[in-house]
Design a protein around this ligand. Structure first.
Ligand code: NDP
Length: 263
């Protein structure tokens, strides 16, 4: 007989350990702050140690909600360096004896129309936005399977769902994440590990800061919700998908885009 679904939020008996890549700014920073507020110990990853240390300090000062202090650790690494990234993920799992939540968020753009796109711009975007996700997931999977609990959240993009002129490399990487995530969902679902994609539309961060105003206005006109997204919009979705109570949600791509695509 199946167990009765509960409407009560599920509070884990242990402190869940969450690793967030690209935590130094933008969406990753908001995700890290949100997960810390939910009581997770958050491992902050990006290339720049200074901003990560500042964020760790902020998390510790702010407290972790539910009466406990905020907990964070810092690991500076370039996610495009597969061996270094795998070593970081494995060392976190070993140090804490668990790695419950992996948020693969670090990403870059190297935009250009396909006729002018260089091999280097293709390679670096695929390595940073897609290969790193494979490497980190593979490194995290063992600990998650052993503990029979895992939440892998990959930050995709609506560009990977509907395409976007000038972003062949980026859209290919983000579309690749969708097939990858569905496969991981199938491979690890029986071990209590879920894998989903959160696909933002247009979020106000450094990544989108240099877009000309007419482009921003054009995007805004296509949105059902008449405002640009903020990093906290994505953090809220990640918080749910990575929670204990989201154990029946896997293999999905959730577009958090103000109704831009409705795909
Ligand atoms: P930002 O440019 O604001 O931040 C990118 C983050 O990724 C930084 O923390 C950066 O840290 C980190 N990063 C980049 N390259 C590497 C690397 N090689 N190794 C380690 N860390 C790296 O981007 P956003 O916050 O806007 O984007 C976050 C994610 O959301 C990305 O995957 C992006 O594709 C996706 N997204 C964003 C959208 C938007 O509108 N902003 C829309 C759709 C998807 P550091 O430089 O310190 O290493």
């Amino acid at each position: 007989m199946s167990s009765t679904p509960t409407t009560e939020p599920v509070t884990p008996a242990v402190t869940r350990v969450a690793l967030v890549t690209g935590a130094s700014r933008g969406i990753g920073r908001a995700v890290a702050l949100r997960l810390a507020r939910e009581g997770r110990h958050v491992v902050l990853v990006s290339r720049s140690e200074g901003p990560l240390n500042d964020l760790k300090h902020q998390i510790e000062q702010a407290g972790g909600g539910r009466g406990v202090g905020g907990k964070a650790s810092v690991r500076a690494v370039d996610v495009a360096d597969g061996a270094a990234l795998a070593a970081v993920v494995e060392s976190v799992a070993e140090e804490f004896g668990r790695l419950d939540i992996l948020v693969n968020n670090a990403g870059i753009t190297k935009d250009g129309l396909v006729l002018r796109m260089t091999d280097e711009d293709w390679d670096v975007v695929l390595r940073t936005n897609l290969t790193s996700v494979f490497v980190a997931t593979r490194a995290a999977a063992r600990a998650m399977m052993k503990n029979r609990f895992g939440r892998i959240v990959n930050i995709g993009s609506t560009s990977g769902v509907v395409g976007n002129a000038g972003q062949a490399n980026y859209a290919a990487a983000k579309a690749g994440l969708i097939g990858f995530s569905k496969t991981i969902a199938r491979e690890l679902g029986g071990k209590g590990v879920t894998c989903n994609v959160i696909a933002p539309g247009f979020i106000d961060t450094d990544m989108t800061a240099s877009l000309p105003q007419p482009v921003k206005d054009g995007i805004l006109a296509m949105m059902a919700v008449k405002r640009l997204g903020v990093a906290d919009d994505i953090a809220a979705a990640v918080a749910y998908v990575s929670s204990d109570e989201a154990g029946y949600l896997t293999g999905q791509t959730i577009c958090v885009d103000g109704g831009l695509t409705m795909s």
